[in-house]
Design a protein around this ligand. Structure first.
Ligand SMILES: Nc1ncnc2c1ncn2[C@@H]1O[C@H](COP(=O)(O)OP(=O)(O)O)[C@@H](O)[C@H]1O
Ligand SMILES: [Mg+2]
Length: 330
């Protein structure tokens, strides 16, 4: 498969598959439409409306219909199931055994660091990451690409984000999971897009809301799993370009690598544990790291990362969150 490496061990196998989902009567019809008419499918809905549950169920249904290869792009940067939080991740599936457990058992074939666990302030990064990975999925030969998304659908940023995402990826199917009519504003804008099929689905009565504490505990668990085998890696600072976050408390001067290299600045800014993307020259993410410090002479930057090879890393993309040893945001 071009551009898609063999299944890696980056899957996070700590979640049990859980009970079988209870399908709302509106669900099977949309899944059949996808099986009959493969293409890119965007799944939209507020938080806890069952988007991820629907994606997992649809993937199993498509698998049973023999629709391989099948791709899932997980664009929910806060409650990621594939790849670590703060990233958009791609999994390309080729056989049934990939779908036997929950989505968090799936390996990520590629992921793109967004820099935040919330879309606000990182809309461009989220859009570009999603588009790049959908393109990669299509290039890999996936017949159907299921795109899971965040629950941000409000009238302001959420409306713009979802509308522009639809414009960029040009889906064949739009799965709209609504409690009431909260997606109708977006749907009214795209309803006459040529080639787009809209499926309005009801939220299952079994859908359960998660508290902010549950959400952040889940993220900590995901980060801990990702960094479980991390080791210190030294990056040569003269070969690195620094991308600072667009907003927030860790904002340094744009493109400026120097202040970070001074240990005094590192301590004063309290950047230890800062989540960073370790990216190649095209800004594709090779892995994530946690900033540890810099050498006295400033020639080396130390990161904790599961990546073993520093050679291809050219861009260090700073996120807007710091993690402690247990993966908790501090
Ligand atoms: N159809 C369903 N049957 C059983 N449980 C569901 C169903 N839809 C959602 N849930 C439960 O509700 C919670 C939120 O669902 P999830 O799919 O994670 O929502 P979202 O991805 O929209 O945030 C999860 O605990 C999930 O297991
Ligand atoms: Mg979800």
């Amino acid at each position: 498969m071009p551009g898609i490496p063999a299944l890696s061990d980056q899957s996070m196998t700590f979640q049990s598959p859980g009970p079988s989902p209870v399908f709302h009567p509106t669900w099977p019809q949309a899944m059949e439409a996808l099986a009959d008419d493969p293409g890119v499918a965007v799944v939209l809905g507020g938080s806890d409306t069952g988007k991820t549950t629907w994606v997992a169920s649809a993937a199993r249904q498509l698998g049973r219909a023999g629709q391989w290869p099948l791709a899932i792009v997980d664009g929910d940067i806060g409650q990621s199931t594939i790849g670590p939080p703060a990233t958009v991740a791609l999994s390309v599936l080729k056989e049934t055994r990939h779908l036997e457990g929950s989505l968090s058992f799936l390996p990520s074939h590629a992921f793109s660091f967004v820099g935040s666990v919330s879309p606000i302030g990182h809309l461009l990064q989220l859009l570009v990451a999603t588009t790049r990975l959908v393109e990669k999925a299509v290039r890999s030969g996936a017949r159907t690409v299921l795109i899971d998304t965040t629950g941000l659908i409000d009238d302001g940023a959420g409306f713009q984000l979802k509308l522009r995402k639809i414009e960029l990826v040009g889906p064949r199917h739009l799965i709209a999971l609504q409690r009431e009519k909260e997606l109708e504003a977006i749907l009214s804008v795209v309803r006459e897009r040529p080639g787009l099929r809209i499926h309005r689905l009801a939220v299952s009565p079994s859908a359960r809301s998660r508290s902010p504490a549950e959400r952040s505990a889940y993220r900590a668990q995901c980060f801990a799993a990702y960094f479980a085998k991390a080791k210190r890696l030294a990056l040569e600072s003269s070969r690195l370009c620094m991308l600072t976050p667009p907003t927030g408390r860790f904002r340094l001067r744009a493109g400026c690598v120097q202040p970070l290299l001074e240990p005094s600045v590192l301590c004063a800014e309290d950047l230890t544990g800062l989540l960073v993307g370790l990216n190649d020259p095209t800004n594709e993410t090779l892995g994530l790291g946690l900033l540890e410090g810099a050498s006295q002479d400033g020639r080396a930057i130390f990161v904790l990362t599961p990546l073993a090879d520093a050679a291809p890393i050219r861009i260090l993309q700073m996120g807007n969150l710091r993690l402690d040893q247990s993966g908790k945001e501090v």
